[in-house]
Write a protein of this length. Structure first.
Length: 123
């Protein structure tokens, strides 16, 4: 399934790695270095999935996802974070975002992306 995916991460190497893997799988990928820029991009373009880091400058992942969810409540969101302890336990994210802990295997990233895209089409 080919999709439009927004990758939001302030770490250039992580963002480029995720984007490269997704492009290799045939997806169209747009990158943003922080949540504030990502929100600007989301006003201009349409996406099937957003992948975002949790700890970022200007607008952290939690605030970004809260604003994103208010604008696009059905858009699937995948958090990729090394700060799992920061968001562990029952949170508001459980209902609106999937969480993939860093470090992650590329196969797990691919399968999670495919599952989220398939589930969003089924809804």
């Amino acid at each position: 399934m080919e999709a439009n995916i927004l990758v939001v991460d302030d770490d250039l190497l992580n963002r480029e790695l995720i984007s490269k893997v997704l492009r290799k799988d045939g997806h169209r990928v747009v990158e943003a270095c922080d949540g504030a820029l990502a929100l600007e991009i989301l006003q201009a373009l349409s996406f099937d999935l957003v992948i975002t880091d949790f700890v970022m400058p200007k607008l952290n992942g939690l605030k970004f996802v809260e604003e994103l969810h208010s604008l696009h409540p059905r858009l699937p969101i995948l958090f990729i974070t090394g700060y799992l302890s920061v968001i562990s336990g029952k949170t508001m994210l459980d209902d609106i975002a999937e969480i993939l802990p860093k470090p992650f295997e590329l196969g797990v990233l691919r399968s999670t992306v495919q599952r989220l895209l398939i589930n969003s089409v089924a809804c």
